[in-house]
Structure formats: structure tokens, C-alpha cells
Design a protein around this ligand. Structure first.
Ligand SMILES: Cc1cc2nc3c(=O)[nH]c(=O)nc-3n(C[C@H](O)[C@H](O)[C@H](O)COP(=O)(O)OP(=O)(O)OC[C@H]3O[C@@H](n4cnc5c(N)ncnc54)[C@H](O)[C@@H]3O)c2cc1C
Ligand code: FES
Ligand code: FES
Length: 1364
């Protein structure tokens, strides 16, 4: 069975690693993070779906002396598979000590890193793209400082990488800055040049030159050259105990047939990316790596076609297919489609064979199987007894093959047939146009056509129609439809009949989501393919698929739909995306360096992977790891927890439950003013996702895997059914109290207001679902037992102070025994406020009990199941209005689904109503119920309640406008507050009348001549385009923020360096940056002319609950400014102490440097540390923020896909403390809002267990779903006496403005419905409708008519018969 080689040799960042005895299931990511000093690659999902773990792999071929370099997801790559590879992480590009790489510097300089957790992965995806572009010999040498990358490739480079903070625009700019064809003028706000600089030269950018990073060290080349094992591939058969690498089919079968081979414990792998799709349920102890079998790697081409060995990667196959000239168009179409499978870093290691085997065995929704099926491919397999060649269709239809059947190769025939006209095209409808999203349906069609001499029509001589991914066992050929079509000319009636047959064929299996939508897509795609052949399909004045004035967005809406193309057409890559942006900001020098758009503090070390997050802290000696065991039932007795007899279960060190809470301690996991939540369920579990205990093992992976083996024994006796919906809660009167100060107040007399109305709507309704935080760093903590019954806990938390108190209460120890430290958080968005506490407490409990350090990095699935997220709600409304659109009265019945405990829920009604009051409704009243349900408790998520309130207001306004047939923006404008009415309506500090900037921002956007022109253009577009419609909408927002008391401490060390501590936590929002600027400004006041810039002398350090107390909660958008206030006060104290010395020295020497001043103050024993606890006064504790945004979208009526063509955001930031940070907050919040309104379906099963529990099913925006043009203006409303240096908050309010995208979609849908329902004769129902949130592809398509094609054809047909 092959000779063993005892060691595994590879390089990481140029260092040699020789490893033996490694568990073969260890991933490269796990190895790097736990066994090396590198922490750049991060764990974001563990399933290939986020890109946080991307590294560059380099492979050396000693025969050609060439190095191949490609990105890979290190979370899926098994360590044993990289023998003799070289690995480059972001640390390998550069670092703080030796100098950063220009990729790091440009990421920092373009403000492309906020929390920074995604940044190392972004850097490596970009680096891989740049390195490979530079290898292209057919491209001209780029100008100095650029690479050969193109702008279009720059966007695709980060296609699979998720970022939850930035909104991608600045990341794109950093990527584009390397492209040889970039226009530097197009790049956004950066620290390299100022807007308006005439001389934009690359010299201003940190220099880049190709090949500076050595990705493959010489020593490894030499080692490989001298190793005959690698050269001839014969002896390297087994690297490790448990890792087999057979080099022939015979060797493989010897292994498979041996006693050592137990199917349950052995896994055959190529790229192992399949484990991102189907998670391993247990550990494997043996792996068989198929890549050394030469037959599996061959690529043979001849005039009949191309044969690919099964282990050939998808990326390599794309390259080969694109190189072909014979049968080029079919091959190139296949390549284009494959380019949308997963992401580059998955495709680079994923094999064709692995994909097809998953389709055959596991009902995987494969794209590759579908497109190869239509192309008439064949498959060669080896069973233990024979070698067989089957058509792909036969292969897929066989019962699932066992693991002793090996896929050897795939043959794609060449389709260039002389003298015939051939059509081939492929389609996929997926939430993301560029990939990294499984399709709702994919299809590929091939047709051979000939002209009919008599009629001039085209006859279909041969047709191959393949469909897959729609909830089918495997991709299928639609045989009945094919048979029907063959020999026919394409006419309206033929199409209609074919679609009827198709609807009977493409039927999703039970339990598949959106089954009718998927079927309707099959009709859309076949229609797209065949309609150009139909002679009778043109409607006067309409182009069917054309985009008459889409020159600006030539590929506006390609996710799921593309124009048909005959084979002999010129080839082009259809997936080019064009992005542009502008940032209008004012830089104020009044308080320099406050007001300057400086780099985010630490952005460069975030890019280079040196920034330390909780899971990056090296594991202490004897560290153990924890994983939650959670309930899957909403309400049940827990009788016991048992474990399967499995390899993973053997790894359990301990399981701790409620019984392990020490006497004197409490079962408490969360605490806030309104109530507490238990750490673990006791004998009764009250929601699916509730922690039942924590399992402890020697590694995180073992702990996670072992927790999966738990089976919980539930009992249901004497239990009422669980309450899961607001309707259940209302029936059972299950509510949380809202303390009176938080109960929203009525205004005026509602009945009177209704009586004054010309018209009323009595029963409007809006339903809003939840949203998951999707911070890139999941919940994590590390607890270390310390002397004298103390603990040090590192927690990724937005409120270390509360964490400290809950841990102490749980363990029954004084608060001062618990030190909680938080340096930075890899994204919070509210999810690491209260939800992080239980994670830290569980770790602390385990560390306390086991007397060993315990760490927990919650896996993405568990995090998604436990963390809940935004509050779902239902609103019923009655509204009265005049005929001219003026509102007279509004009443809402607001029902909020809060989950099992109070958390922040009693605050949500106030926030909903506060944001809703952006319009003057006349009289206003509300009835609010905060419902207690058997669901995980919902918590604060960025703009909690305000987001929903603002949207509800828009939904009502739209309803009113459609009833009155008025322009919605007109109704909006008519009902915007005056300064007088806003004072009546809203609470808080309004400042001067001149600071009420909302009407002017709204008018600037919605009443401008450009806007009117765009409206006209949209009208023209809509009447000229049958299958695409556009909409535009402008939305205002009002957002009230509250400031909370916050501590700050400023200390000056003897060398003049300054260290600052604040209560607030750096969660990516730029708090440290603003605090640094404030400290520099505050201390710089000693020099009246601001002549000394202390910025670089200031370091902000981690929060430590025993060093600076009363830190409070970071949230509500105001922590940066209140931390700055505290720092400013502390600086004032220091300035007061230092001023006399400075004046004295100045008198003596004329000029005093900062260093000399501090040296003297030290000599004079001046106290150089000052701290203050800032508390807002009555008049400054809350204020209103204003913004407006206008968005234009295009929807595709065939697929339901939305493209956001353009968004213009105007946000009043006062005098921005740091315009770069604030623009980042505006864009990031806006894109997160687009996620809520368009992309993110947060779904649970009938027990309330979250089922959208990974990157596979939950789809936050990616680079290809952001607005193609994104313009931001920081509107400076001037001087605000009561605000910190006249600034205003920026973290949450801009999120509300993303409603403009939803409202624009609604306008586009309205246009579509008008046309559709005029055909169906039910025009009335077309204009008044509720467009659900999120408006995903299935939703949009449904609203536009799932049968819109048939209805259209029927109308044409009817028209034709009338003519006859
Ligand atoms: C994030 C992500 C997104 C994705 N998106 C898409 C998508 O949009 N469309 C799509 O079509 N695919 C998608 N995929 C699937 C991807 O194409 C497959 O995971 C990949 O091709 C599998 O190849 P592999 O070499 O990694 O297989 P492995 O993971 O190594 O193996 C997969 C399975 O196939 C078996 N196997 C592998 N090779 C052979 C062989 N030659 N003979 C017999 N058995 C074999 C293995 O034993 C294992 O059971 C996605 C995957 C990920 C991780
Ligand atoms: S952690 Fe590897 S792709 Fe998400
Ligand atoms: S900066 Fe990208 S996830 Fe935070």
C-alpha cells in the first residue's frame, strides 16, 4: 500500500516547516493559526463562503522550473495536501517591522479597512490576482507602479470575499489602484492625494513592482529537485499515518480493497472543498488523496473534443476551455459559466470530478453537471470490477455510486459542425451575479437550426435542454420539451406549448424553497434562448430584451440572465462590472487634526494580519476549547445529553451544564436594565438555539465536531405548545412590559385627524423579518484562571463592563476578581453587546471549574442559530389624508417579536416610532405590544427599531401615493416637517432652526433638474423595454441619538508618547482614530497656533475593566463622540497642569517642543495622567440626525434580479470629526441596509430554529451587488453649539436610507405590473401592493408575474388571431 514518507515539508512565508504525526483532518488554516506565529488568515465561516482565510499557494514544477501561484481557502485545504507547496499569507507580503506591502498601504490609504477582519483575505485575493495578471505575456508592460491587472479583473479579484463593514467601494478602489487601465480620477477619497490635485501620478501611491515578494523559496525548490519522490511521483504514497496518496488506479484499489479501509472513517479527496458544502459530521482518520494518479490529471484535446481528468481544477478547466479555437463558442460559454461557480479561491482547488460526484451522489445543485449535460458530455468511471464510459445523463441517473467508484475523466465534445448554425447558451439565476451563490435554477441549451426555405423561419433540427439546481435529484434533460420542439419553427404558439410541457418537467421536490419561482425561471431561460428565432414576436415600439439607453450600464443586470448569442458571434466576457463613486466632503481645519481624513488607526496592521483579535492571542499552556451544545426544540424538558459512539465523541474532555455553576453563583448569561437571561437551560429549554451546556475538548475543531455528536433527550409532558409568532403571543397575552418612559407617546387627536381626511386607508399592513449581524469574526472569548480566585477574560465584546459583572455573578465572586479585556472587535453591529456576554461567561465558568485556560471561537452555524438578530415586527395602520397628499392622521398597531427575554426589546417601540415621525402625520397614535415568544431573544442590531420605523413610514407614504395616483416623492416632500412641527413631534435637542437640514438635503436630491431628467429617462426606458424596468426613489431620514456618560484617561509618558484609554470599544467604526485625533487636538491646545502635531505620538489601548471602570456599552452611534468628550476633558486637565511650565519655558527659550515640555514636567513631578468621566447635560444628551438618499434600480422581469444602478446619499454629519471615517460609516451602513431590504433572508423552521445558518444560505451583499454608482455627500450643517466640535454621529443613521433602494424597486415593479396587469385585464390591482422585505429575486419576480412570459405570448397570440 505504498511506502510511508514520515514527514510533510512545506514553506510558509519563506520559512521551512517539517511536520510529522499531524492529524490528517487538520486544515491548513488550523495549522497556520495554532502551530505558527501567523494569524493573518482568519476563520470567518469554515465553508469557503467568506474569503477571510484566503492564502496564496505556490507549487513548483521542477521539470519546467515554473511556479504556479493561486489563491485558496485555507479553511478547506487539508494540511497534508500541501506537501512541498509554499504558502504565502498576508504577513508574507510585508509587515510593520520590515515595511508594509503596497497592497497593505493602499488598503489603509483608501480607507478600505474598518474592523479589519476581512482585510487580510482581501489582500491575498488581490495579491493573487495581481501576481497572475503580471504573468500574462500577451499583455503590454504596465506603466510604472501598476500591474497588468485590468479594472474589470480588480472587481472580480475580491468576488468571493465578504466584508460587512465597508460596503466594498473603498476596497474596490484599493484594488483598482493596481490596474493598468485605471483612471486615477475615478478613485475615491484617499490619503495619497487630495481631491482636485492636478497632478495625479502613481508616484503618489505606495510603489508597486511585480515580483518583489518571493512566493517560492529557493531552498524548497532545491529540496524538490533533489527529491526523486516528487519528480517521478512514485515513492510519495503516504505522507502521514492516515494520509494516502496512491499514484495509480491499481494502488488506489489495493487500498480500497484492504482491511484498513472502513468507508465511514476514510475520505477520498481532491480539493476537499466539498466539505464546505456538506459538512463532515464526524472526524475521518484516513484520507486518500487522488491527485497523484496521473490519469486523473490529464487534459487531452483533439478535434473531437476535450477530455479532462477528474482531478483537474475548475480554474484550470476554464483556462483550457478559453484557449480553444475549435468549437470555441461552446467551450467559451462553458468557461464563462464555470467562472461563476463559487469564487476564485474555491475554483483554484476544487476539481471538476469532485463537483460531478457530489451531483451524482448527494443531489448537489451543480452548475457544472447541468452545462456539461447540455453540451453532450460523457464520463469515464472505474468501478472495482470494470471501466465504463457513460453519457453524463446515464451517469447522473444511476443510483448514487458507492465510494469505490472512481470518476476518471469527463469528455466535452467539440461542437463545430461545418455548414450548420448552432446555438449554445447557459444561464443561472443566483443572488449574486458573479458567483459565490448557488443558483435557484441553472440551465444550458444547445440547438442546431436551419432556415425554412418557404417561411424564412428557423427550424430546430436538434435541441438539448438541461436544467438543474431547482430542487431536483440531479440535472435533467427536458426530453419531452426537446421532442416537441425538434422539427418545428419557433413561433408564439410553439413556445407556449413548449412552456406548458416545461412547467410539467421542471418541478421542485417537496421542501424546496420558492418552487414556482424556480419553474418560472426555466420558462424565462428557454424564452431567452429561443425568442430571437421567432419571427412573430415583435410588439410595435418594444425591443424585447434590448437596453436602449443602457450604454452607461451595459451589463446592468446579468445575474441570471444574458442575451442570447449565436455561436459565430464575437466572443466577449459578459460579466464585466463598472463601478464609479464620488465623495463630497468638507475638511475643516478649525480643530486640526480633528476634521482631517486621516488613515484609520491600525489599518495597516489590520491589512498585514498583525492586528490582534481575541482568537489571535496565542493559546496559553494547557488551553482547552469549548463549543456550545444547544437545544433544537422551542419548549421541552431536557432529560439528558448523550453522545454518539464516534471518533469525535472520543475527544470530549468535559461537558459543563447548569449543574456546574458554583454554589453562591447564579445561572446568568446576559444582563441588562430590563432583565436577565440564563446562561444554560436548566431542566426546561425555552427556545431552539438555547445553550444547554458547553463541551470541552483539546482543540476547537474537536470541540465543535464533538458537540455535533450530542443527542438531547427531550420530554414534552405537561407543556403548552410554544409561542412562536406575534399572533400566538397575542392569543396567549404573552408580553413584556414597556416601562412608561419608553412607551411612545400619541400626538393630537387621531379621530379628529381622520375626520378631517378626504380619504382614509383602514387596514394597511407591513411585515418585517429579522436580519443577522454577520460580523466577520464570530463570538469569541478566552478565559484564564489567575491567582486568588481571579480570572482574566479576553472577550470580543461591545460591553466589557457588563461582561465582567455577569461573569462575577455567575461564579459568585466579587467583580474585582474579574478582569475583562477587549482590544478590538471584528465587527459588532450590536451583536456583540449582550450576545457576547454568554460566550465569555461560559468560557469563564469552564476555566474556573477546570482550572485551565478555556477559549471558545463559536462556529458560524452555532453563532447564526444562537445570536438571533434584528426584531421582526408586524404593523397594521390606519391613515387619513387629503386629496393633495397632505396627511391628517395615523394610527399604528405595532407588534414586535422579542423572543424569550427582554434584552433591549422595551426600547424598540420608541425607536420605531421615533424614526416613523420623520413625516408630519397630523395626529398620531399607536398601540404597541412587545411579544414574548419561544425564540432566541432579539437584540440591538445597527439602527434597531429605527430602521423598521423609517421603512414603515415609507410603506405608508407609498400606499397613500398609490391610492391618490400621486408621485411618491411629492407626497413625501409635502409631509416633511417644518422646524416648528418637528419640535412638537420629536424629543431631544433640535438646536437652531438653521440646523434642520433635512428639507434642503431632500430638495437638493429630489427636486433638482437632473432628477427630473432621470425620471424622464426612466419613463422612456420602461416604455422601450419589455423585460427590464427601472425605478427611482428618494427617501429622507431622521434619527435620534442619545449620548451616555463615558470615561476617558490620557497619560503622557516620559518620552512624550501619549497613551489613551476610553470606555468605548473599537469595533471598526473608527473610534480609536477619532479619539487619537481628539487627544492630539486637546493636548495641542497648549500651542495656540496648533503648531505641534501630536497625532503620531498618541496610542489608544485596549479596554480593561479593572483599569478604566464604567466603560458602559459601545453602541447607539455616539460612543466615539462621548469617548472624545471624555478625552477632551482629560486633556484639558493636563493642559492646565502643563500650561504654566510651557509659558515659563517659552519665555526662556522662545519655542518649546513637546518633548522638552514633558521632560521638564517630569522633572517637576507633575501628574501626567488625567482621567474624566464625561456626562452629557440635559441639553446635549440627545439630538436628531438627518439624511436623504436617492436610488435608481433596474429589475429583470425574467429572473427577478435587481441591479442598483446608482445611489446618491446626502448625510448631515455636522463638522465631521474625520470625513474618511464618516464616509466609511455612511457607505457601510447603507450597504448593510441594502442587505436587509434586498438580499438577506433570515429564516427559521417550524420550531423556530434558524435555518439560514451559513454562507451557503445567508447572503449579505458582495462586491457585485452594491450600487454601480455610489455617491456620498457629507452635508455640513455648520456650527452646532451643543455637539462635540459641531460634529454629528454617523454609525447607524445612514442605514435607514437604504430603504430608497427598496422603494425604487417598488417603483420598477409598479411599472412592470402596470404592463403585466394591463395584459391580464386586472389593471386595478397593479398599483397598490405590498412589496415584501427583503425584495429578493423570487419576490420581485413573483410581484411582476411568475407567468409574465406566457401572458405576454398569449396576448401576442390573441393579437395575431385578431389580425388573421
Ligand atoms: C463556497 C462554495 C461555493 C460553491 N458554489 C458552487 C456553485 O455555485 N456551483 C457549483 O456547481 N458548485 C459549487 N461549489 C461546489 C464545488 O464546485 C465543489 O465543492 C468542488 O468542485 C468539489 O471538488 P473537490 O476537488 O474539492 O472535491 P472534494 O471535496 O475533494 O470531494 C468531493 C466529494 O467527491 C468525491 N470525489 C472527488 N473526486 C472524486 C473522483 N474522481 N471519483 C470519485 N469520487 C470523488 C470525494 O470523495 C467527496 O465525497 C461550491 C463550493 C463551495 C465550497
Ligand atoms: S473561513 Fe474560509 S472561506 Fe470563510
Ligand atoms: S472591515 Fe471588512 S468585515 Fe470589517
Amino acid at each position: 500500500m505504498g511506502r510511508r514518507v514520515e514527514r510533510l515539508v512545506f514553506a510558509i512565508n519563506g520559512e521551512r516547516y517539517e511536520v510529522s504525526g499531524v492529524d490528517p483532518s487538520t486544515t491548513l488554516l488550523e495549522f497556520i493559526r495554532t502551530r505558527t506565529r501567523y494569524r493573518g488568515p482568519k476563520l470567518g465561516c469554515g465553508e469557503g463562503g467568506c474569503g477571510a482565510c484566503v492564502v496564496l499557494l505556490s507549487k513548483y514544477d521542477p521539470t519546467t522550473d515554473q511556479v504556479e501561484e493561486f489563491s485558496a481557502s485555507s479553511c478547506l485545504t487539508l494540511l497534508c495536501s500541501i506537501n512541498f507547496y509554499s504558502v504565502t499569507t498576508t504577513e508574507g507580503l510585508g509587515n510593520a517591522k520590515d515595511g508594509f506591502h503596497s497592497i497593505h498601504q493602499r488598503m489603509a490609504g483608501f480607507h478600505a479597512s474598518q474592523c479589519g477582519f476581512c482585510t487580510p483575505g482581501m489582500c491575498m485575493s488581490l495579491f493573487s490576482a495581481v501576481v497572475n495578471a503580471d504573468k500574462k505575456t500577451d499583455r503590454p508592460e504596465p506603466p510604472n507602479g501598476f500591474s497588468k491587472l485590468t479594472v474589470s479583473e480588480a472587481a472580480k479579484a475580491i468576488q468571493g470575499n465578504l466584508c460587512r463593514c465597508t460596503g466594498y467601494r473603498p476596497i474596490l478602489d484599493a484594488c483598482k489602484s493596481f490596474a493598468a487601465d485605471v483612471d486615477l480620477e475615478d478613485l475615491g477619497l484617499n490619503t495619497f492625494w487630495k481631491k482636485g490635485d492636478k497632478d495625479l501620478k502613481t508616484t503618489k501611491l505606495p510603489s508597486y513592482s511585480s515580483g518583489r515578494v518571493c512566493t517560492f523559496p529557493e531552498f524548497l525548490k532545491t529540496e524538490i529537485q533533489s527529491s526523486s519522490s516528487v519528480l517521478n511521483g512514485t515513492t510519495l504514497t503516504s505522507v502521514e499515518e492516515g494520509w494516502y496518496r496512491p499514484d495509480s488506479i491499481e494502488e488506489l484499489y489495493k487500498l480500497l480493497n484492504s482491511n484498513a479501509f472502513d468507508e465511514r472513517k476514510v475520505k477520498l479527496v481532491v480539493g476537499n472543498t466539498g466539505s464546505g458544502v456538506y459538512k463532515d459530521m464526524d472526524l475521518y482518520d484516513k484520507y486518500v488523496d487522488l491527485r497523484a494518479i496521473p490519469e486523473l490529471s490529464v487534459i487531452k484535446k483533439d478535434n473531437k473534443g476535450i477530455e479532462f481528468g477528474a482531478a483537474v481544477t475548475i480554474s484550470r478547466a476554464i483556462e483550457v476551455l478559453r484557449e480553444e479555437n475549435d468549437g470555441a463558442a461552446v467551450f467559451k460559454k462553458i468557461a464563462d459559466h464555470m467562472n461563476k461557480v463559487a469564487s476564485p479561491f474555491v475554483r483554484n482547488t476544487a476539481s471538476l470530478g469532485g463537483n460531478i460526484m457530489m451531483a451524482q451522489r448527494s443531489e448537489f445543485a451543480s452548475d457544472i453537471a447541468t452545462i456539461l449535460l447540455a453540451a453532450g458530455s460523457t464520463i469515464c468511471i472505474q468501478t472495482p470490477s470494470e471501466r465504463l464510459t457513460l453519457t453524463l445523463e446515464e451517469f447522473l441517473e444511476r443510483p448514487p455510486f458507492d465510494c469505490k467508484t472512481i470518476l476518471l475523466s469527463i469528455f466535452i465534445p467539440s461542437w463545430s459542425i461545418a455548414g450548420t448554425e448552432l446555438l449554445f447558451n447557459t444561464y443561472r439565476a443566483a443572488p449574486r451575479p458573479l458567483g459565490n451563490a448557488v443558483a435557484y435554477l441553472n440551465s444550458a441549451f444547445l440547438a442546431q437550426i436551419s432556415p425554412c426555405k418557404e417561411s424564412g423561419a428557423f427550424i430546430l433540427d436538434k435541441v438539448q435542454l438541461a436544467f438543474g439546481a431547482y430542487g431536483t435529484q440531479h440535472a435533467i434533460r427536458a426530453r419531452k420539451v426537446e421532442e416537441f420542439l425538434v422539427g418545428k419553427a419557433v413561433t408564439t404558439s410553439v413556445l407556449l406549448e413548449a412552456f406548458g410541457l416545461l412547467r410539467e418537467t421542471v418541478v421542485a421536490s417537496k421542501g424546496t424553497s420558492h418552487p414556482e419561482y424556480r419553474t418560472s425561471l426555466s420558462v424565462s431561460f428557454l424564452f431567452s434562448f429561443l425568442h430571437p428565432l421567432a419571427k412573430d414576436l415583435t410588439e410595435p415600439g418594444k425591443t424585447l430584451i434590448s437596453n436602449s439607453d443602457t450604454a452607461k450600464y451595459p451589463h446592468g443586470c446579468l445575474n441570471g440572465y444574458e442575451n442570447n448569442m449565436a455561436l459565430n458571434h464575437v466572443y466577449h466576457d459578459d460579466s464585466d462590472l463598472h463601478f464609479s463613486s464620488q465623495q463630497e466632503v468638507e475638511f475643516s481645519k478649525d480643530y486640526f487634526p480633528v476634521g482631517a481624513p486621516t488613515n484609520k488607526a491600525g489599518a495597516d496592521i489590520q491589512a498585514s494580519g498583525e492586528a490582534v483579535y481575541v482568537d489571535d492571542i496565542p493559546a496559553p499552556k494547557d488551553c482547552l476549547y469549548g463549543a456550545f451544545i444547544y437545544s433544537t426544540r422551542p419548549l421541552a424538558h431536557v432529560r439528558g445529553i448523550n453522545f454518539n459512539n464516534s471518533l469525535a465523541a472520543q475527544k470530549i474532555v468535559s461537558v459543563l451544564t447548569v449543574k456546574d455553576i458554583p454554589s453562591g453563583g447564579q445561572n446568568i448569561g446576559v444582563s441588562f436594565v430590563f432583565g436577565t437571561e440564563p446562561l444554560f437551560a436548566d431542566s426546561l429549554t425555552e427556545y431552539a438555539g438555547q445553550p444547554l451546556g458547553i463541551l470541552i475538548a483539546e482543540t476547537q475543531r474537536y470541540a465543535n465536531m464533538a458537540a455535533k455528536q450530542a443527542t438531547v433527550d427531550y420530554g414534552m409532558e405537561n407543556l403548552e405548545p410554544p409561542i412562536l409568532t406575534v399572533e400566538d403571543a397575542i392569543k396567549r397575552q404573552s408580553y413584556f412590559q414597556i416601562p412608561p418612559p419608553f412607551d411612545p407617546k400619541s400626538i393630537g387627536d387621531f379621530s379628529k385627524g381622520m375626520a378631517e381626511a378626504d380619504q382614509t386607508i383602514q387596514s394597511g399592513e407591513v411585515n418585517l423579518g429579522s436580519q443577522y449581524y454577520f460580523y466577520m469574526e464570530t463570538q469569541t472569548a478566552l478565559a484564564l484562571p489567575d491567582e486568588d480566585n481571579c480570572l482574566v477574560v479576553y472577550s470580543s465584546s461591545q460591553c466589557p463592563e457588563l461582561t465582567q459583572s455577569v461573569i462575577a455573578k455567575c461564579l459568585g465572586i466579587p467583580f474585582h476578581n474579574v478582569r475583562v479585556i477587549t482590544r478590538r472587535v471584528g465587527g459588532g453591529f450590536g451583536g456583540k453587546a449582550f450576545k457576547a456576554i454568554a460566550v465569555a461567561t461560559a468560557c469563564a465558568l469552564a476555566a474556573h471549574k477546570l482550572r485551565r485556560p478555556v477559549r471558545m471561537y463559536v462556529d458560524r452555524k452555532t453563532d447564526m442559530i444562537m445570536a438571533a438578530g434584528r426584531h421582526p415586527m408586524n404593523v397594521k395602520y390606519s391613515v387619513g389624508f387629503k386629496s393633495d397628499g397632505k396627511l391628517t392622521a395615523l394610527h399604528i398597531d405595532l407588534r414586535i417579536n422579542a423572543g424569550i427575554s427582554e434584552d433591549v426589546s422595551p426600547l424598540i417601540p420608541g425607536a420605531v416610532v421615533g424614526a416613523l415621525k420623520k413625516y408630519n402625520w397630523g395626529a398620531f397614535s399607536c398601540d404597541v405590544k412587545v411579544c414574548k415568544t419561544n425564540l432566541p431573544s432579539k437584540s440591538a442590531m445597527r439602527a434597531p427599531g429605527d430602521l423598521q420605523g423609517s421603512y414603515i413610514a415609507e410603506a405608508i407614504i407609498e400606499h397613500v401615493a398609490s391610492v391618490l395616483s400621486l408621485d411618491t416623492n411629492y407626497v413625501r416632500r409635502k409631509n416633511l416637517h417644518t422646524f416648528e412641527s418637528i419640535m412638537l413631534y420629536c424629543e431631544g435637542n433640535f438646536g437652531e432652526a438653521s440646523s434642520y437640514s433635512l428639507p434642503s438635503m431632500f430638495d437638493k436630491l429630489a427636486l433638482s433638474p437632473t432628477y427630473q431628467q432621470r425620471v424622464e429617462m426612466i419613463k422612456n426606458f420602461n416604455s422601450a423595454n419589455k423585460w427590464k424596468k427601472r425605478g427611482i426613489s428618494c427617501v429622507p431620514s431622521i434619527y435620534q441619538v442619545r449620548l451616555r456618560p463615558t470615561p476617558g484617561k490620557v497619560s503622557v509618558l516620559n518620552d512624550g508618547s501619549v497613551v489613551v484609554e476610553v470606555g468605548g470599544i473599537e469595533i471598526g467604526q473608527g473610534l480609536w482614530t477619532k479619539v487619537k485625533q481628539m487627544a492630539a487636538f486637546g493636548l495641542g491646545k497648549l500651542w495656540e497656533d496648533g503648531g505641534v502635531n501630536l497625532l503620531e505620538k498618541v496610542r489608544v489601548v485596549q479596554a480593561d475593566t479593572l483599569s478604566l471602570i464604567q466603560g458602559g456599552v459601545t453602541g447607539g452611534s455616539t460612543t466615539s463622540e462621548s469617548s472624545c468628550e471624555a478625552v477632551s476633558l482629560s486633556c484639558d486637565i493636563l493642559v492646565e497642569r502643563l500650561k504654566p511650565i510651557k509659558d515659563r519655558l517659552q519665555e526662556q527659550a522662545g519655542f518649546v517642543s513637546w518633548g522638552a515640555l514633558i521632560a521638564q514636567a517630569t522633572m517637576e513631578n507633575i501628574n501626567l495622567s488625567a482621567s474624566e468621566f464625561w456626562t452629557p447635560d440635559q441639553t446635549s444628551s440627545s439630538y436628531l440626525n438627518y439624511g436623504a438618499a436617492i436610488s435608481e434600480v433596474e429589475i429583470d422581469l425574467l429572473t427577478g434580479a435587481t441591479t442598483v444602478l446608482r445611489s446618491d446619499i446626502s448625510y448631515d454629519c455636522g463638522k465631521s470629526l474625520n470625513p474618511a471615517v464618516d464616509v466609511g460609516q455612511v457607505e457601510g451602513a447603507f450597504v448593510q441596509g441594502i442587505g436587509f431590504f434586498v438580499n438577506e433572508e433570515h429564516l427559521s423552521n417550524s420550531d423556530g430554529l434558524v435555518v439560514t445558518d451559513g454562507t451557503w444560505t445567508y447572503k449579505p451583499p458582495t462586491v457585485d451587488t452594491i450600487p454601480r454608482e455610489l455617491n456620498v455627500e457629507l452635508f455640513s450643517s455648520g456650527y452646532h453649539q451643543k455637539h462635540l466640535l459641531s460634529s454629528k454621529a454617523s454609525g447607524e443613521p445612514p442605514l435607514l436610507l437604504a430603504a430608497s433602494v427598496h422603494c425604487a424597486i417598488r417603483e420598477a415593479v409598479r411599472a412592470a405590473r402596470k404592463e403585466h396587469f394591463s395584459i391580464t385585464g386586472s389593471e386595478k390591482s397593479s398599483s397598490v401592493f405590498e412589496l415584501p422585505v427583503p425584495a429578493t429575486m423570487p419576490v420581485v419576480k413573483e410581484m411582476c408575474g411568475l407567468d409574465n412570459i406566457e401572458k405576454y405570448l398569449e396576448s401576442i397570440s390573441a393579437h395575431q388571431s385578431v389580425k388573421v
